[in-house]
Design a protein around this ligand. Structure first.
Ligand SMILES: NC(=O)c1ccc[n+]([C@@H]2O[C@H](COP(=O)([O-])OP(=O)(O)OC[C@H]3O[C@@H](n4cnc5c(N)ncnc54)[C@H](O)[C@@H]3O)[C@@H](O)[C@H]2O)c1
Length: 379
């Protein structure tokens, strides 16, 4: 019988459900050396908690993250809470000797992230950052095209991340609007994904120049007469220079009417280009220079058995979705802790991403370009 790995999941709403789904699916579709067990799920709201626990078959429920972290039967603590809790939960989990999974962004700022990196290093515990978009097979194809030199030297890495869930001024105040709970708005939430993808695909940032704005400054609070003041950005744009000489241009906004989860990458090199759109995540647009009159962008459907992770799912053309990327990332995690050769982004990646996010924040606060430190390990 395979070794059972008891999971304690902190957070039972959006990401709580996405991770619960992935824990269930991963052992069904991937042959793993260990068996993940949905041991305990934790949340603040008992009604929400019970619903998620029942639907996904969690064995136990708790409203105290401290109790879950202290439970000796639990081996992995998975953090899916608002960002202000990432640091205290991660440090307590590291001190208790748990393996830790943490949602992006790693924390509210790099100081907190550094304390987390230090805690997991001292405790010597396995730690993984959820950067799920790295686990979209089309992103892996783009990475291999870049790494194999197919598009040549990179000139431009351009990304827009558009959502519209806050375009309605009556959309209520939630933790994402409170800087104390979130650390930032669209910036940390959406740019964490994009900055990580840029680091993953083309390498480290050298300097950044940011611009943030809160267009809708007050939002209604359920059950209260007075609206609450929004203390986070709803839009953040930035320019970047990369260490490899490439230039980057980025926009993240929650006010892009009509766009739902539109993350578009356009990467231009000396030999060709690759484009990607998360809302069409099975596809890669690929262009190579040539003088052929029929030359142009071609659309690659990334659902062949040769594409990473795909052979565990369906026949070619039977497309996968947003939730599959979490399953892929968890398969690497469980393969690795089961002794197989697999790797994944860790807290150091979370910290490096956070350094870039903090530099963008500083730049937009000071109206000046901000340089990144020239190092990637901080313990
Ligand atoms: N990887 C992705 O694509 C992605 C997408 C969305 C959110 N996220 C990240 O996931 C994290 C959670 O976001 P979400 O959208 O799931 O938020 P959410 O508001 O839907 O859920 C937050 C959960 O945390 C729980 N919680 C809050 N305070 C708690 C406490 N003191 N003790 C125990 N539980 C507590 C709540 O009860 C709730 O279940 C954030 O860090 C966010 O940035 C990642």
């Amino acid at each position: 019988m395979k070794r059972e790995i008891n999971i304690g999941l902190i957070g039972s709403r959006f990401m709580g459900k996405a991770h619960s789904n992935a824990y269930r699916r991963v052992g069904e579709f991937f042959e793993l050396p260990v068996t993940p067990v949905l041991h305990t799920i934790c949340g603040r709201n008992e009604q929400d908690l019970k619903k998620t626990a029942d639907s996904f078959g969690w064995k136990n429920m708790s409203t105290s993250w401290q109790h879950v972290v202290e439970d000796p039967d639990i081996e992995v603590i998975d953090i899916c809470t608002p960002n202000y809790l990432h640091m205290p939960v991660a440090i307590a989990a590291a001190n208790a000797g748990k393996k830790i999974i943490c949602e992006k962004p790693i924390a509210r700022n790099a100081q907190e992230a550094q304390d987390m990196v230090y805690a997991v290093a001292v405790a010597d515990v396995v730690n993984m950052m959820i950067f799920n978009y790295r686990y979209v097979p089309a992103i892996r194809l783009i990475k291999s095209l870049i790494d194999e030199g197919k598009i040549g030297a990179i000139f431009h890495f351009n990304a827009v991340y558009y959502q519209d869930w806050l375009v309605d001024p009556h959309s209520p105040f939630v933790w994402r609007h409170n800087i104390e709970e979130s650390g930032s708005g669209a910036h940390g939430d959406m740019n964490a994904h994009v900055v990580d993808l840029a680091r993953f695909l083309i390498g480290e940032f050298e300097s950044v120049c940011g611009l943030q704005k809160t267009f809708i400054t007050h939002r209604p609070q359920p059950g209260k007469k007075e609206p609450a003041v929004v203390s986070t950005d709803d839009t953040c744009c930035f320019q970047a220079k990369f260490r490899n000489g490439a230039l980057g241009s980025f926009v993240a906004t929650r006010l892009a009417a009509g766009r739902k989860n539109f993350l578009r990458l356009e990467i231009f090199g000396s030999k060709g280009s690759v484009n990607f759109n998360l809302e069409r995540l099975n596809e890669v647009e690929f262009f190579l220079h040539s003088n052929d009159k029929e030359n142009g962008f071609r659309n690659i459907l990334v659902t062949e058995q040769v594409h990473p992770y795909i052979s565990n799912w369906w026949p070619p053309g039977h497309v996968i979705g947003w939730e599959h990327a979490f399953v892929h990332q968890f398969s690497d995690f469980f393969n690795s802790i089961g002794g197989r050769d697999a790797n994944f982004p860790d807290f150091n990646d979370g910290l490096n991403c956070q350094f870039v996010l903090d530099a963008i924040q500083k730049s937009s606060d000071t109206n000046k370009w901000t340089a990144l430190q020239n190092k990637t390990s901080f313990v």
